[in-house]
Design a binder for this molecule. Structure first.
Ligand SMILES: CC(C)(COP(=O)(O)OP(=O)(O)OC[C@H]1O[C@@H](n2cnc3c(N)ncnc32)[C@H](O)[C@@H]1OP(=O)(O)O)[C@@H](O)C(=O)NCCC(=O)NCCS
Length: 169
């Protein structure tokens, strides 16, 4: 049966782990969609080292013809940090961002991690709404967080209730 996207003539989207050969394309997406106006930090070598790192997960969302999104998460002992998440402008509002996030949150929870933390540009109202919609709470404003040029908002999603997490050794 065709899903809604297919009925609109769009290609179905597959989410999977990134391959080494995709590092350059992901770096370009980061520069264009996330790091615009800032010094480009997430270049191909940085992306490749995250793809290879045992404590990171890099996901891609692809149609049969193109890359439409990606996400990078770093796993620590008690929290995970969402470093990057983007969906190409033509592929938005199809739940791709939500699917990438859900995959990573499920992995974190299975690893016993209680919270996901991220920072987002203060002026990025669309992304702030997207994260709020996905149960992230805005906990702090970080002045000049982005290379001294822009403020960030720190957001947290408790995968495990804080009361329950406190009981852990
Ligand atoms: C933020 C982003 C990842 C969302 O991806 P997406 O695939 O379009 O998001 P989804 O389709 O899963 O959205 C789920 C819900 O979040 C909310 N949402 C998503 N984008 C939104 C926007 N621009 N404005 C307001 N609400 C938004 C909506 O409630 C949406 O549900 P709806 O479409 O039924 O209304 C995407 O817009 C993006 O890549 N932006 C540029 C890069 C960026 O800002 N990354 C985040 C900071 S690193």
């Amino acid at each position: 049966m065709k899903n809604y996207s297919q009925a609109r003539g769009e290609h179905p989207i597959e989410i999977r782990l990134a391959r080494n050969s995709e590092a350059q394309a992901l770096a370009e997406m980061s520069r264009k969609l996330i790091e615009q106006g800032l010094t480009w930090r997430w270049q191909s070598p940085q992306m490749l080292s995250r793809i290879k790192h045992p404590d990171s997960v890099v996901l891609v969302a692809r149609t049969r013809v193109e890359l439409v999104g990606f996400a990078v998460m770093e796993f620590h002992d008690i929290h995970a940090h969402l470093n990057l998440l983007a969906v190409s402008s033509t592929g938005r509002r199809r739940r791709t961002g939500t699917s990438l996030l859900n995959w990573l949150e499920k992995s974190a929870l299975e690893a016993g991690i209680g919270q996901v933390v991220l920072e987002v540009r203060y002026n990025n109202m669309g992304a702030r709404s997207f994260y709020r919609e996905n149960h992230y709470e805005e906990v702090e404003v970080l002045p000049g967080y982005y290379q001294g040029k822009e403020n960030a908002v720190r957001m947290v999603h408790h995968l495990i209730e804080p009361e329950i997490e406190k009981q852990r050794p």
